[in-house]
Structure formats: structure tokens, C-alpha cells
Design a protein around this ligand. Sequence first.
Ligand code: ADP
Ligand code: GLC
Length: 472
Amino acid sequence: MEILHVSAECYPVAKVGGLGDVVGALPKYQYELGAIAKVVVPAYRNKYYDTHEFDVVHQAGMWLGHDWYHFNVLKERNNELGFDLYLVDIPGLLDTPGVYGYPNDTERFLAFQIAVLDWVNEWNHQPDVIHCHDHHTGLVPFLMAYGYKYERMREVPSVLTIHNAQYQGQFGWDKLYLIPSFDLWKAGLLDWGGAINPLAAAVKCAWRVTTVSPGYLEELYQQANGLEWLINHERAKTVGIINGIDTAVWDPETDHMVQANYDLETVAQGKGENKQALCERFGLDASLPLVSFIGRLVGDKGADLLPEIISRTLHELPGEVNFLVLGSGDPHVEWSLQQTRHDVSYGFNLHIGYNEALSHLIYAGSDFLLMPSRVEPCGLNQLYALRYGTVPMVRSTGGLKDTVTDFGDPNGFGIRFNQAGVWDACYSVKRAVELFNDTTHLSEIRLRGMRLNHSWGRSAQQYLDVYNSMKG
Ligand code: ADP
Ligand code: GLC
């Protein structure tokens, strides 16, 4: 079976969040199960592009509306990721240092999708599955089904994985001319709420629709940022598959980005050394419990609640707990976190920005990882935290609910709370502080979390089952 994953991110080539982690890991595990998994992402001008060798495997040009663009498809020469990696290079559109956030993102990702389809259309065989991830690749299933140029691909099964339905990539019908010509009778399939909606189009046209946890799929039937009716309508082809983690990258025993490696037996010592390094770097007291947050500083992650959670806790429990935040995002949240650091004289520090190595050290050196998410389709942070012996404190939603149990329950290994609000989160911090002070109980809970197996094996097989279910 040959699978082509089409995505905007793939770790370590390009990563903004969990989408990158998933697309960088799942294909490796599919390979191990005997499938040939390939990945195609844009050729951003980043460190990976600058430091690796590629061969040009396809050269062509395309119209994007009235503009003509040359493009190349590059293949990574040494297959060092454990799967075939292809980059679509479109000078003038995709040759940006970053992944998202450009004024012409609609044109950039449309061109990416057209280039991928033009290229695959020229293959002398066809893949068994085209697997699209999120709205940036959402027009692919539609064009495979109805684009005049892509008639050869009509029978190729397509899968959409929704990593986050909050983002749908809508744009106005005035940009219809950018989409390669298709059977206009089918134009309604592109529409949702009067706009062209790539995520909605993919939900309608992909042969199967998966999302990244069963819990989130249940939520989508009720609340999908306007797509709930559609997702209910397409219910028969939906399935929730929980994400795994890449246990080769995320392993406290071998991780080269942490200060001290450790395993089940040496966790207390190893975590202590990492915590010491972290606390020295950020001016925190290593004898206190360390509660950290890592992630995009946006409302969906509940990041706007952090300033009040932190200042209220430090007021109520002075000198009893430390907080550390790593993230970037909404400028207002960044500003209010900086303001909070200024206001509270001790017990809190932050790093605004994206820093992969620091994130590993925080997973390793923290006692607790706070995730007050309003929306969390899967969440990988809590899975990394568990593997590193860090107790996750999560709001019970989506994938967090599927993967974390409360330590108050039999065999529980985390802290759960119900509302994405300051009171609930502060109460959880109090529980965390109490747990920290009960060393025996804490170490038992830590070990329970570390013993869990969140490797991709099972989920990778579930994806193969989905592909197999589409066979003639
Ligand atoms: P999402 O994809 O919604 O951002 P996930 O929990 O699935 O959330 O994945 C987030 C990934 O991004 C994790 O690997 C996390 O460690 C990483 N990450 C998020 N923010 C940062 C940051 N500022 N620096 C380093 N890594 C980060
Ligand atoms: C999205 C979701 C996150 C999920 C990730 C990978 O970014 O917000 O919850 O873990 O995709 O599937």
C-alpha cells in the first residue's frame, strides 16, 4: 500500500504545532507496518531546507489565476526521516521562512495543492491513498473528484484528517478564478456559509474523514465552529483515532535536548537535575513545585487565563509554587503575561517564542504541565509530559479527556478539571501543590504516567484499517 500524506507541516522539516509532530511520525510507523508512506510539504526556506540535500524529481509550471509560477518537486536524498520526503518549491509563493501568517496564505496553499496534484497526476502509477491534513490541503479531495485536469485520479481514495476544526481556511467567491477548472455544477461542494470553505469541501468530498481523538469527534457533532451539521451529515464516514507520540524523539532516556537523561528507576534524580537547570536559567526556586505551560498563546489553549491563574495562585500560596510559560501567539496574551511577570516579584517566569530544545527541557524538568484548553482535538503536550514523568493538569475536553485520568480515580495519573476558567485551574494548582508535598504518592503517580504506552503502533494500524476499508 502506498500512501501520500499532503500537509503544511512535518517535523523536523517544518513545525508550528502538533500537526508537524503527527505528520513527522505517523508515516514512519506506517512504514514499520509494511506500507509505503510518503510525505509532501512546501519547501519553506528554513534551516531544514538549508542543511539537507535534495534531488529535483519534477519540474513544471502552473497557472494560479492569471499568474504563472514555475515549481519544482524536490526529494530528500538520504531518506533520513524514515520515509520519502518531498518538498514543493514555488519561488515567489512558498519560499518563505515561516509556515503561516502571510497575507497571501490562501494563494500560497492553493498553489501548493495544485502543484501536488499536477505532480501526482504525472506519475506513471497511482498511489493507493492521498491523505490530506487540515484545511491547507482541503481542496485536494474536491479537485481529485471534479477537476478536469485530474480525471486520472478520480478513483484514488482520499482521506482528510481534521487536526483542528477551528481553522477552516475560508475565502471569498471572488477568488474562485484561482481554482483550476472543474465541473461547475459541483461548485456548491466548495461552499459553506456563502464562502469557499476548504475544510468543509474536504469533509464533503474525502472518502473518509478522521479526527485526532474519539472524544473530539463526539464534540464535533455538537460544536465544530459552524460545521457541526455537515459533520453529522457525513457521520458515516467519520472516525476518531487518537494520536500517538514518536517515542524515538520523545524519550527521557535518550533525549539529547535535556540536561540529564533518566528512566523509570532514575526519574527522581534525573528530573531533579533538569529542574535545577531550568530553575537556575529562569530564576526560580527548585525546591518548590514547578507548574509549566507550553503552547500557542491563544484562546483555544486557555492561554488568556494564565495571567490570572498565576497571579491569583501566587497571591494565595506565596512561596509555595513556581510557574514557567513557553509560548508565542496572541500579542495581547504575550503582553499580559509579561505584565504579570513584572507585577509578581517571584515565582513566575516566561520565554516568549518558539524553542524546541527548551520545550524538551521543560517537559523533563517540570513537576506539572498545565493545559487549561477550551478546545483540544488531541493534544500532544500531555502525552510528552506523561512520558517524562510530569503530571498533566488538563481541562476535561477532546483528546485531553481521552488520554488523562484523575489521580483521585483508581490508577489515575493526572489532574483533571471541568471548566476552562480561572477558579477550576487554580483549584487544580492547589491539588498539585498538595500532591507535590506527598512525595510517595507523587512518585507513584509519576511512574504510572511513565509506564503508559502512547506509541503510534496501534493508531498507525487504525489508519491502515481506514485505508483498507476504502478498497473496491
Ligand atoms: P497544537 O498543535 O494545537 O499547537 P499540540 O499539543 O498538538 O497542540 O502540539 C503542540 C506541539 O508544539 C508540541 O510538540 C509542543 O511541545 C510544541 N510547542 C508549542 N509551542 C511551542 C513553543 N513555543 N516552543 C516549542 N515547542 C512548542
Ligand atoms: C491540532 C490540535 C491538537 C492536536 C494536533 C495534532 O493542532 O490543536 O490538539 O494534537 O493538531 O493532531
